[in-house]
Unconditional design. Structure first.
Length: 228
């Protein structure tokens, strides 16, 4: 049924290598929050050709070790969602450790302050959380404009904003304009709708459970790509 959709990098794979830059053609980032290495590798290998990137976080890394970043990087660009949020010195140590892997990007919080955020600048793409998707995270709304300014000041590559809070997303887009990419979680399991988020300012959507818990994650990914 889905055979007419050709993986975005099929042509490049044929030529014998993976294209490692986040591909603008795909707006889908898989949040691979599984706990098992074999499952992670299987889902990544089946879906990577349709993805802009794979986001990994504590659930996977604490279970499988940081080495899995390099293994997954064979399939896709990898963004390390460690929500780095500490002192400048500790942030620097964390980000330097990540930059020794084949990861492409890192996610950090802005609330520890501009010096902490500056310390996250390395040779990785930097994405800054400005508002969060879960109910109860409204406190971020008081500070998100400030967080955006900080992200711009440190020359971050993008922000993380909620794809399931459409009014907030539109508002944040109106401030960011085209100065930063907007990556949106909150899609699928948290109620957000991919097309709606993309129409409201998202450059990329981040999807976890509704893909990795699907009976057939590859078909689910293709379904998302079709919708977009
Ligand atoms: P899911 O689609 O299963 O809800 O996963 C969303 C992913 O995005 C999770 O890794 C979560 O930690 C992350 N995330 C989020 O859901 N909301 C935010 O505001 C920021 C996030 O990083």
């Amino acid at each position: 049924m889905y055979d007419t959709i050709v993986p975005l990098d099929a042509k490049i794979k044929k030529e014998g290598f993976y294209y490692k830059n986040m591909r603008k053609e795909s707006r889908l980032i898989l949040s691979l929050d599984v706990l098992d290495r074999d499952l992670a590798m299987r889902i990544a290998s089946e879906t990577a050709g349709y993805l802009a990137a794979i986001k990994v976080s504590y659930p996977l890394i604490l279970n499988c070790g940081l080495e899995i970043v390099d293994e997954l990087a064979e399939f896709s660009d990898i963004i390390c969602d460690f929500k780095v949020a500490d002192t400048p010195n500790t942030n620097g140590l964390i980000v330097r450790t990540i930059s020794n892997t084949k990861a492409k990007g890192v996610i950090a919080h802005a609330f520890p302050g501009i010096e902490s955020l500056k310390a996250c600048k390395d040779n990785l793409e930097l994405y800054v959380v400005v508002e969060m998707s879960q109910p109860g995270a409204e406190i971020f709304e008081k500070y998100s404009e400030h967080f955006i300014e900080m992200a711009i000041k440190v020359k971050a590559d993008g922000i993380i904003a909620p794809g399931n809070k459409i009014e907030r997303l539109r508002y944040l887009k109106s401030i960011v304009k085209d100065r930063l990419s907007i990556l949106c979680p909150g899609i699928g399991a948290q109620g957000g709708i991919a097309e709606e988020a993309l129409r409201s300012g998202a450059d990329y959507i981040i999807v976890g459970r509704s893909i990795y818990m699907a009976e057939n994650p590859k078909e689910k990914v293709i379904e998302y790509v079709r919708q977009m």
